[in-house]
Design a protein around this ligand. Sequence first.
Ligand code: G
Ligand code: G
Ligand code: MN
Ligand code: NA
Length: 255
Amino acid sequence: ARLAADLRQALVRDQLFLVYQPIVELPHGRLTGVEALVRWRHPEHGLVPPGVFVPLAERNGHIVELGRWVLENAVAQAARWERELGPAAPDKVSVNVSARQLGEPGFPAETAALLSGAGVAPSRITVEVTETAVLGTGTALQAVRELAAQGLTIALDDFGTGQSSLSLLVDCPVGWLKVDKSFVDGVTSDSPQAVIVDSLIGITEGLRMQAVAEGVETAEQAERLHRAGYRFAQGYHFAKPMHADDVELLIAAQE
Ligand code: G
Ligand code: G
Ligand code: MN
Ligand code: NA
Protein backbone atom coordinates (compact mmCIF):
# COMPACT_ATOMS: atom_id res chain seq x y z
CA ALA A 1 0.00 0.00 0.00
CA ARG A 2 2.93 2.31 0.77
CA LEU A 3 4.40 1.56 -2.62
CA ALA A 4 1.10 2.44 -4.31
CA ALA A 5 1.02 5.82 -2.57
CA ASP A 6 4.70 6.41 -3.40
CA LEU A 7 3.92 5.97 -7.09
CA ARG A 8 2.07 9.28 -7.09
CA GLN A 9 5.28 10.91 -5.80
CA ALA A 10 7.40 9.07 -8.36
CA LEU A 11 5.50 10.84 -11.12
CA VAL A 12 6.03 14.33 -9.73
CA ARG A 13 9.49 13.84 -8.25
CA ASP A 14 11.34 12.61 -11.28
CA GLN A 15 11.97 9.08 -10.03
CA LEU A 16 10.93 7.38 -13.25
CA PHE A 17 13.15 6.90 -16.26
CA LEU A 18 13.08 4.98 -19.50
CA VAL A 19 15.47 2.39 -20.84
CA TYR A 20 15.41 1.14 -24.41
CA GLN A 21 15.91 -2.41 -25.62
CA PRO A 22 17.12 -2.82 -29.21
CA ILE A 23 14.96 -4.72 -31.68
CA VAL A 24 17.38 -6.16 -34.22
CA GLU A 25 17.43 -7.66 -37.68
CA LEU A 26 18.44 -11.28 -38.10
CA PRO A 27 20.90 -12.78 -38.66
CA HIS A 28 23.45 -9.97 -38.17
CA GLY A 29 21.81 -8.24 -35.21
CA ARG A 30 21.72 -4.74 -36.59
CA LEU A 31 19.48 -2.39 -34.58
CA THR A 32 16.26 -1.49 -36.38
CA GLY A 33 14.14 -0.18 -33.52
CA VAL A 34 13.90 0.04 -29.75
CA GLU A 35 11.30 -0.78 -27.10
CA ALA A 36 10.91 1.78 -24.31
CA LEU A 37 10.66 0.21 -20.84
CA VAL A 38 9.90 2.18 -17.69
CA ARG A 39 12.03 2.01 -14.53
CA TRP A 40 11.40 3.42 -11.05
CA ARG A 41 14.21 4.44 -8.77
CA HIS A 42 12.55 4.51 -5.35
CA PRO A 43 14.31 6.72 -2.77
CA GLU A 44 14.36 3.90 -0.17
CA HIS A 45 13.80 0.63 -2.01
CA GLY A 46 16.08 1.32 -4.96
CA LEU A 47 15.03 0.00 -8.34
CA VAL A 48 11.48 -1.36 -8.22
CA PRO A 49 10.78 -3.72 -11.15
CA PRO A 50 7.96 -2.75 -13.55
CA GLY A 51 6.58 -6.26 -13.10
CA VAL A 52 5.71 -5.03 -9.59
CA PHE A 53 4.67 -1.40 -10.01
CA VAL A 54 2.92 -1.53 -13.41
CA PRO A 55 0.27 -4.00 -12.14
CA LEU A 56 -0.02 -1.85 -8.99
CA ALA A 57 -0.61 1.25 -11.08
CA GLU A 58 -3.16 -0.69 -13.15
CA ARG A 59 -5.14 -1.37 -9.99
CA ASN A 60 -5.05 2.09 -8.40
CA GLY A 61 -5.58 3.98 -11.65
CA HIS A 62 -2.20 5.76 -11.70
CA ILE A 63 -1.46 3.80 -14.87
CA VAL A 64 -3.15 6.43 -17.04
CA GLU A 65 -0.84 9.15 -15.74
CA LEU A 66 2.17 6.80 -15.76
CA GLY A 67 1.39 5.73 -19.32
CA ARG A 68 1.11 9.35 -20.43
CA TRP A 69 4.52 10.07 -18.89
CA VAL A 70 6.04 7.09 -20.71
CA LEU A 71 4.52 8.05 -24.06
CA GLU A 72 5.56 11.70 -23.77
CA ASN A 73 9.12 10.82 -22.86
CA ALA A 74 9.51 8.11 -25.49
CA VAL A 75 8.16 10.43 -28.20
CA ALA A 76 10.50 13.23 -27.03
CA GLN A 77 13.42 10.78 -27.26
CA ALA A 78 12.34 9.70 -30.76
CA ALA A 79 12.32 13.37 -31.81
CA ARG A 80 15.79 13.92 -30.31
CA TRP A 81 17.23 10.87 -32.10
CA GLU A 82 15.74 11.95 -35.39
CA ARG A 83 17.23 15.42 -34.97
CA GLU A 84 20.65 14.23 -33.81
CA LEU A 85 21.14 11.03 -35.79
CA GLY A 86 19.13 11.69 -38.96
CA PRO A 87 18.88 8.55 -41.09
CA ALA A 88 20.81 6.53 -38.45
CA ALA A 89 18.03 7.08 -35.88
CA PRO A 90 16.06 3.97 -34.84
CA ASP A 91 13.31 3.37 -37.43
CA LYS A 92 10.74 2.89 -34.72
CA VAL A 93 10.31 3.44 -31.00
CA SER A 94 7.89 0.97 -29.36
CA VAL A 95 5.83 1.94 -26.34
CA ASN A 96 3.85 -0.44 -24.12
CA VAL A 97 0.28 0.70 -23.60
CA SER A 98 -1.84 -0.83 -20.85
CA ALA A 99 -5.45 -1.91 -21.07
CA ARG A 100 -6.66 1.00 -18.93
CA GLN A 101 -4.77 3.55 -21.02
CA LEU A 102 -6.09 2.08 -24.25
CA GLY A 103 -9.66 2.18 -22.97
CA GLU A 104 -9.36 5.82 -21.86
CA PRO A 105 -11.63 7.89 -24.13
CA GLY A 106 -9.55 10.34 -26.11
CA PHE A 107 -6.35 8.29 -26.03
CA PRO A 108 -5.97 8.15 -29.84
CA ALA A 109 -6.63 11.89 -30.21
CA GLU A 110 -4.24 12.71 -27.37
CA THR A 111 -1.56 10.57 -29.01
CA ALA A 112 -2.07 12.28 -32.38
CA ALA A 113 -1.70 15.69 -30.71
CA LEU A 114 1.42 14.60 -28.86
CA LEU A 115 3.07 13.36 -32.06
CA SER A 116 2.27 16.43 -34.09
CA GLY A 117 3.46 18.67 -31.24
CA ALA A 118 6.78 16.81 -31.12
CA GLY A 119 7.10 16.68 -34.91
CA VAL A 120 7.35 12.88 -34.91
CA ALA A 121 5.75 10.95 -37.79
CA PRO A 122 3.19 8.37 -36.57
CA SER A 123 5.02 5.70 -38.62
CA ARG A 124 7.96 6.00 -36.21
CA ILE A 125 5.97 4.91 -33.18
CA THR A 126 4.76 1.41 -32.40
CA VAL A 127 2.11 0.82 -29.77
CA GLU A 128 2.56 -2.52 -27.98
CA VAL A 129 -0.67 -3.96 -26.64
CA THR A 130 -1.55 -7.37 -25.29
CA GLU A 131 -4.28 -9.57 -26.68
CA THR A 132 -6.08 -9.36 -23.35
CA ALA A 133 -5.99 -5.55 -23.37
CA VAL A 134 -7.47 -5.30 -26.87
CA LEU A 135 -10.15 -7.86 -26.13
CA GLY A 136 -10.99 -6.12 -22.85
CA THR A 137 -13.45 -3.55 -24.14
CA GLY A 138 -14.91 -2.32 -27.41
CA THR A 139 -13.28 1.03 -26.68
CA ALA A 140 -9.84 -0.61 -26.67
CA LEU A 141 -10.37 -2.26 -30.06
CA GLN A 142 -11.70 1.00 -31.48
CA ALA A 143 -8.66 2.85 -30.09
CA VAL A 144 -6.31 0.40 -31.77
CA ARG A 145 -8.10 0.90 -35.08
CA GLU A 146 -7.87 4.67 -34.76
CA LEU A 147 -4.16 4.57 -33.91
CA ALA A 148 -3.49 2.32 -36.91
CA ALA A 149 -5.52 4.64 -39.14
CA GLN A 150 -3.28 7.50 -38.00
CA GLY A 151 -0.26 5.52 -39.19
CA LEU A 152 1.10 4.07 -35.96
CA THR A 153 2.20 0.45 -35.97
CA ILE A 154 0.30 -1.91 -33.68
CA ALA A 155 2.29 -4.70 -32.05
CA LEU A 156 0.62 -7.61 -30.28
CA ASP A 157 2.92 -8.15 -27.30
CA ASP A 158 3.53 -11.48 -25.53
CA PHE A 159 1.64 -13.12 -28.39
CA GLY A 160 0.24 -16.50 -27.58
CA THR A 161 0.12 -16.13 -23.81
CA GLY A 162 -2.98 -13.97 -23.28
CA GLN A 163 -6.60 -14.61 -24.05
CA SER A 164 -5.45 -15.56 -27.50
CA SER A 165 -7.97 -15.48 -30.23
CA LEU A 166 -6.93 -15.73 -33.85
CA SER A 167 -9.98 -13.68 -34.79
CA LEU A 168 -8.12 -10.75 -33.24
CA LEU A 169 -5.79 -10.92 -36.23
CA VAL A 170 -8.85 -10.53 -38.45
CA ASP A 171 -10.53 -7.73 -36.48
CA CYS A 172 -7.49 -5.74 -35.49
CA PRO A 173 -4.94 -3.99 -37.78
CA VAL A 174 -1.88 -5.73 -36.37
CA GLY A 175 1.51 -4.84 -37.86
CA TRP A 176 3.82 -6.86 -35.62
CA LEU A 177 3.36 -10.12 -33.81
CA LYS A 178 5.76 -10.26 -30.88
CA VAL A 179 6.15 -13.98 -30.25
CA ASP A 180 6.46 -14.51 -26.52
CA LYS A 181 9.69 -15.66 -24.89
CA SER A 182 8.01 -18.80 -23.56
CA PHE A 183 7.77 -20.08 -27.16
CA VAL A 184 11.23 -18.86 -28.13
CA ASP A 185 12.68 -20.71 -25.12
CA GLY A 186 11.70 -24.03 -26.71
CA VAL A 187 12.76 -23.27 -30.25
CA THR A 188 15.97 -25.31 -30.27
CA SER A 189 14.34 -28.47 -28.95
CA ASP A 190 11.85 -30.90 -30.41
CA SER A 191 8.92 -29.22 -28.65
CA PRO A 192 5.38 -27.94 -29.20
CA GLN A 193 6.80 -24.44 -28.74
CA ALA A 194 9.11 -24.93 -31.72
CA VAL A 195 6.19 -26.07 -33.89
CA ILE A 196 4.22 -22.95 -32.91
CA VAL A 197 7.19 -20.64 -33.59
CA ASP A 198 7.54 -22.18 -37.06
CA SER A 199 3.82 -21.98 -37.85
CA LEU A 200 3.46 -18.35 -36.86
CA ILE A 201 5.74 -17.35 -39.74
CA GLY A 202 3.15 -18.61 -42.23
CA ILE A 203 0.42 -16.60 -40.54
CA THR A 204 2.44 -13.38 -40.39
CA GLU A 205 3.58 -13.66 -44.01
CA GLY A 206 0.08 -14.42 -45.26
CA LEU A 207 -1.40 -11.52 -43.31
CA ARG A 208 1.44 -9.14 -44.20
CA MET A 209 2.55 -8.71 -40.62
CA GLN A 210 6.08 -8.84 -39.22
CA ALA A 211 7.05 -11.46 -36.65
CA VAL A 212 9.40 -10.40 -33.85
CA ALA A 213 10.90 -13.13 -31.65
CA GLU A 214 11.16 -12.00 -28.02
CA GLY A 215 13.56 -13.08 -25.30
CA VAL A 216 16.28 -14.49 -27.58
CA GLU A 217 19.12 -15.46 -25.25
CA THR A 218 21.47 -17.62 -27.31
CA ALA A 219 23.17 -17.64 -30.71
CA GLU A 220 21.64 -21.07 -31.33
CA GLN A 221 18.10 -19.69 -30.87
CA ALA A 222 18.87 -16.71 -33.13
CA GLU A 223 20.15 -18.98 -35.88
CA ARG A 224 17.20 -21.35 -35.57
CA LEU A 225 14.75 -18.41 -35.74
CA HIS A 226 16.46 -17.00 -38.81
CA ARG A 227 16.19 -20.39 -40.52
CA ALA A 228 12.48 -20.47 -39.62
CA GLY A 229 12.03 -17.17 -41.48
CA TYR A 230 12.19 -14.63 -38.65
CA ARG A 231 13.64 -11.28 -39.70
CA PHE A 232 13.39 -9.50 -36.33
CA ALA A 233 14.36 -10.39 -32.79
CA GLN A 234 14.84 -8.94 -29.35
CA GLY A 235 16.62 -10.38 -26.33
CA TYR A 236 19.64 -10.47 -24.06
CA HIS A 237 21.69 -12.33 -26.70
CA PHE A 238 21.68 -9.12 -28.74
CA ALA A 239 21.21 -6.36 -26.16
CA LYS A 240 19.65 -5.66 -22.78
CA PRO A 241 17.50 -2.60 -22.13
CA MET A 242 19.86 0.41 -21.92
CA HIS A 243 19.97 4.17 -21.46
CA ALA A 244 19.34 6.36 -24.51
CA ASP A 245 23.04 7.38 -24.61
CA ASP A 246 24.07 3.75 -24.91
CA VAL A 247 21.65 3.25 -27.79
CA GLU A 248 23.51 6.06 -29.57
CA LEU A 249 26.89 4.43 -28.88
CA LEU A 250 25.57 1.14 -30.23
CA ILE A 251 24.31 2.81 -33.40
CA ALA A 252 27.62 4.66 -33.85
CA ALA A 253 29.53 1.38 -33.43
CA GLN A 254 27.58 -0.34 -36.18
CA GLU A 255 27.74 2.50 -38.72
O1 G B 1 11.28 -4.34 -18.56
P1 G B 1 10.80 -5.53 -17.84
O2 G B 1 11.06 -6.90 -18.41
O3 G B 1 11.27 -5.54 -16.45
O4 G B 1 9.20 -5.37 -17.85
C1 G B 1 8.38 -6.15 -17.08
C2 G B 1 6.94 -5.93 -17.53
O5 G B 1 6.56 -4.55 -17.39
C3 G B 1 6.72 -6.30 -18.98
O6 G B 1 5.48 -7.01 -19.08
C4 G B 1 6.60 -4.99 -19.68
O7 G B 1 5.75 -5.06 -20.81
C5 G B 1 6.01 -4.08 -18.60
N1 G B 1 6.39 -2.71 -18.87
C6 G B 1 7.63 -2.18 -18.95
N2 G B 1 7.57 -0.86 -19.25
C7 G B 1 6.25 -0.56 -19.39
C8 G B 1 5.54 0.64 -19.69
O8 G B 1 6.10 1.71 -19.95
N3 G B 1 4.17 0.58 -19.71
C9 G B 1 3.50 -0.57 -19.46
N4 G B 1 2.17 -0.56 -19.51
N5 G B 1 4.13 -1.73 -19.17
C10 G B 1 5.50 -1.72 -19.14
O1 G C 1 6.06 -7.85 -21.73
P1 G C 1 7.16 -7.26 -22.55
O2 G C 1 7.50 -8.11 -23.73
O3 G C 1 6.97 -5.84 -22.90
O4 G C 1 8.43 -7.34 -21.63
C1 G C 1 9.69 -6.98 -22.07
C2 G C 1 10.63 -7.34 -20.97
O5 G C 1 11.31 -8.57 -21.22
C3 G C 1 11.70 -6.29 -20.82
O6 G C 1 11.46 -5.60 -19.66
C4 G C 1 12.99 -7.01 -20.70
O7 G C 1 13.65 -6.69 -19.48
C5 G C 1 12.62 -8.49 -20.72
N1 G C 1 13.52 -9.19 -21.62
C6 G C 1 13.94 -8.77 -22.83
N2 G C 1 14.78 -9.66 -23.39
C7 G C 1 14.90 -10.66 -22.51
C8 G C 1 15.65 -11.88 -22.52
O8 G C 1 16.36 -12.22 -23.46
N3 G C 1 15.52 -12.68 -21.42
C9 G C 1 14.73 -12.35 -20.36
N4 G C 1 14.69 -13.20 -19.33
N5 G C 1 14.01 -11.21 -20.31
C10 G C 1 14.09 -10.38 -21.38
MN1 MN D 1 6.57 -5.10 -24.85
NA1 NA E 1 6.62 -9.00 -24.71
